[in-house]
Write a new protein. Structure first.
Length: 91
């Protein structure tokens, strides 16, 4: 019994088909572009100046004040926020 098509021929065609499909997918992904416009509120938040460097400086200052024992916790502010959070959950 003779097999007309060998496995090598089949695998070569399968590999070629996969390459063609992947290049088509890459082309369509590259062609898709999305134009996004931010609202005024989003632009304000983006430009608010809260950058990673600013945040890192604030975190470092807080860590140092905690380490020095000079960090003051406002019990009134914590209680106010807890009550406000509880009221929102009840609604």
């Amino acid at each position: 019994m003779k097999i007309a098509r060998g496995y090598a021929e089949y695998s070569d065609k399968a590999i070629q088909r996969e390459r063609t499909q992947s290049t088509k997918a890459e082309k369509t992904a590259a062609e898709k572009k999305v134009d996004v416009q931010l609202s005024k509120t989003a632009q304000t938040i983006k430009n608010s100046g809260c950058s990673e460097a600013t945040r890192a400086d604030r975190v470092a200052a807080l860590k140092q004040s905690i380490k020095d024992g000079t960090y003051q916790v406002s019990a009134e502010a914590i209680a106010t926020k807890m009550l406000a959070s509880d009221v929102k959950k009840a609604d």
